[in-house]
Ligand binder design. Sequence first.
Ligand code: AMP
Ligand code: GLY
Length: 433
Amino acid sequence: MKVCIIGNGGREHALAWKLHHSPSVTDVYVVPGNAGMASVATMVEIDWKHRETLMTWLVEYQIDLVVIGPELPLVEGLSDAIRAVGIPVFGPSKQASRLEGSKSFAKELMYRYEIPTAKYEVCKDVETGNSIIHQWGVPIVLKRDGLWGGKGVTICETFTEAEQVLEEILSSSEESVVIEEYMQGQELSLLSFVDGTHVLPMIGARDHKRLLDHDEGPNTGGMGAYAPVLELNDSLEQEIVDTMVKPIVKAMAEEGYPYIGCLYTGLMLTEEGPKVVEFNARFGDPETQVILPLLQSDLGDIMYATATGQLEGMTLEWSKQYAACVILASKGYPQQPLTGRSVIGDIHTMDTVSMVFHSGTAYERGHYVTQGGRVLGVVGVGDTLEQSLGHAYERVAMIDFEGQQYRKDIGKSSVGFCIHAQYRKNSIDKEYN
Ligand code: AMP
Ligand code: GLY
């Protein structure tokens, strides 16, 4: 099978790497790809926005499956255009992608189908906004209602901050603001393969969204992740699938826009139980970089079955190991990343204990240079979370570029919990075997 991936980030590098190793896949192409992917895929210099050129190429190369990585082409309807020329696509339609593209659309659907989520109001004017803020109190969450790459959300700790952010958003764009009740708890990402009807959940992953250690600083696209998340035991997974994932998939089908692709459910584990923070219409970044190294099933087969409505009866096999990812970001990320800096160190070796996925690199005059905010995702794999983190940070120590910033505490708060949970699991296994 010939697979073409659309995108150029770390998530797409991880997808290309995994598909390259899938027995069902003969060729992997990436449009346009990035400098780090050359060993696992053929880069195709086409801008996906030039639809006619892309369609002609896909047909000419007899591509069997297209995988759309990022949200923008999905929200702009690229999957519909490719399906129209008869090629199966892993990725939701333009209509279905509104689940990510519009926070107000997603919240309205969740409310209508009684999916647990935070209380919210959509507001278009400062006066109404301020009155909600004062009624609900702080902390309170203000969200821009469009695609902002994880950077359109502010958690306001004081009334002054909330009023300022509200004013800023409403005066700087035509968009409305989604005001949300603040949810306290640990976050969790549960990604699922969805073929329009059937749901096949993956292992849970935990992203680290804030820029700085101890969850301080602004929200980013994600500064690191690990998987699996042991809090997600079988019964919690069942609860999330039954009360959130399946109901939204059913809702989408009933509303006339069935969901096909990876459905990302972002959750908060609150004292009142799990609640949805957001749905994304794609794989998470950097969650993908820690989930795929642990997948033992043939990704090509699963993606093709997802795209063609044949997931029923399929199962996923997972390794018993852990994976952790540390994002190396440029100075100035997320506001104004400094680019064009030489990257030194081993950024290519991919073995069983560590790997490096490229997000924002370019190859210029014989050197790798930084080309974006998030530059590299350094992944470690090990038998325990601690070991996977050790492997990731050992590799991080071997890579450098001017202004490099990264979090030193990825997975740290969970190591104790994982040791305890693993110990319990081992004793339970022993008791039953
Ligand atoms: P979103 O783009 O909606 O996923 O928001 C980005 C990040 O902001 C989430 O991953 C959370 O860390 C945080 N966040 C969003 N909504 C809430 C909420 N209602 N309560 C607490 N934190 C939130
Ligand atoms: N890591 C968060 C996201 O992909 O939206």
